[in-house]
Write a protein that binds this ligand. Structure first.
Ligand code: AMP
Length: 281
């Protein structure tokens, strides 16, 4: 059984019940089209909290390309069945007017500490403002003890960590490792849009990241990036960015000695599908 709330007033009634009984609340925000990557977060959330709340909301403010928003896969009934099997207690699936009662333009401007200026931020202007805006709004509504997010979206996780710290939000951020398909491709709702041949070939992205990690002891970041670009920039792949950065500041690094938390992050266009991945070095 799962409770479903589509409006704030329905959700608030359910939350009051949990809070009056002093239940610990874990929260997994998603955009639906759920796969095993999401469900791993849901299971962990359920294991570590009395109540696991999941949201499904395809947030319009984080899509800089209206076509991408339109094409985003939606299948609420299938998602509900998956959430039941993973043990979620409550699904919050609102319409946009519940999240943005004053419209999407009047949102609070949140300081992202410059973490949005690199990588995804360069290719998807406004994306992280939208992500921060919706996650902050959802945290204000749900007020969970713990928030579960995937390392698959490394930059997003770093930015939300920054927002939680700087706004002193009373929620602990728990990061979960990336769940992958058999060939290493990071699971993503977008993978469904790849034809079987491209989906198989896209395993090359993680293979290359793993090789970069393997060669780290012998080469500097720029040599590794040169190697990576040579491997990945082959038809039908087009690399948008391949960066080795410090995982705290997200600034690119030239030498491994300058970071205690180096990460390699990549975005690749495969046909008309954009895939991202990363590996902690
Ligand atoms: P999304 O629905 O794409 O907004 O993702 C919702 C949450 O699931 C985010 O915290 C993602 O980082 C996380 N997530 C998505 N794909 C994966 C994956 N393959 N492994 C782990 N977490 C993931």
């Amino acid at each position: 059984m799962i409770l479903v709330a589509n409006t704030l007033s329905q959700l608030n009634k359910m939350l009051e019940q949990f809070k009056s009984r002093k239940r610990s609340i874990g929260f997994v925000p998603t955009m639906g089209a759920l796969h095993e990557g999401h469900l791993r977060l849901v299971r962990k959330c359920k294991k570590e909290n009395d109540i696991c709340i999941v949201s499904i909301f395809v947030n319009p403010t984080q899509f800089n390309d209206p076509k991408d928003l339109e094409k985003y896969p939606r299948d609420l009934n299938a998602d509900i069945a998956k959430l039941i099997s993973a043990g979620a207690d409550l699904l919050f699936a609102p319409e946009a007017n519940e999240i943005y009662p004053n419209g999407t333009e009047n949102g609070q401007k949140i300081n992202l500490g410059g973490l949005d200026k690199q990588m995804e931020g360069l290719f998807r202007p406004g994306h992280f403002e939208g992500v921060a805006q919706v996650v902050k709004r959802l945290l204000d509504i749900v007020q969970p003890h713990k928030l579960y997010m995937g390392l698959k979206d490394f930059q997003q996780a770093a930015i939300i960590g920054h927002v939680i710290r700087t706004l002193k939000i009373n929620t602990e951020l728990i990061l979960c490792s990336t769940v992958r398909e058999k060939n290493g491709l990071a699971m993503s709702s977008r993978n469904e849009r790849l034809n079987p041949e491209l989906r198989e070939k896209a395993g090359l992205i993680y293979q290359t990241l793993k090789n970069i990690k393997r060669y780290k002891a012998r080469k500097n970041p720029n040599e590794l990036l040169e190697y990576g670009l040579q491997k990945l920039n082959v038809d039908p792949f087009k690399v948008e960015y391949l960066v080795i950065a410090d995982g705290h500041t997200l600034n690119p690094i030239d030498y491994f000695i300058s970071s205690d938390y180096p990460v390699c992050l990549v975005a690749v266009q495969v046909g008309d599908v954009r895939l991202i991945d990363n590996i902690i070095l």
